[in-house]
Design a protein. Sequence first.
Length: 200
Amino acid sequence: MKENYLDFIQSGKMYNDLADTLIQTRQTTMRALLTYNNLYGTDEPARKKILSDLLGSVGESAFFELGFRCEFGKHIHIGERFYSNFDCILLDGAEIRIGDDVLFGPRVGIFTTNHAIDPEERAAGACYAKPVSIGNKVWLGANVTVNQGVTIGENTIIGSGSVVTKDILANVIAVGNLCRILRTITEADKTDYFSTLMTP
């Protein structure tokens, strides 16, 4: 029943957010995250195992600084070389897909779930969820909020404090509340970083 219900909430249909099976699953996830966060800096192999067991899939070298939280975990899929700064929240009623080489600033939140608009339905626990997808080589600045149903294209930068409610194209810089595209990323944005990079 538990697995079927978790699969059902990804359908985009209304579901009962107060269902016992969801409450129990969240509590199990919270206990695992408490251990994960408490092992920070002391046992990284154990942290890696917890993350691998908790999430739907996770690439090599994925790392969360202290304060990672999610709702269920199994709907989260993270690519290679992901890094999140402090206080990341991934509310994964629906699927969250994060590509390779993605960077999150502090306090990034991705929210796939929304409550019913009708007050009586909302009080009764009515929710619905829509997936979020983030392409490869995306950088989300500090305090970015990504709302349900959004796709962010590859190589894009979302500026600090932005609230993303609509899809954002690839290869752009976007910022604002509500988030809007400022300009396209071009070859002129390249620096001589690679030619001057010093390696040990």
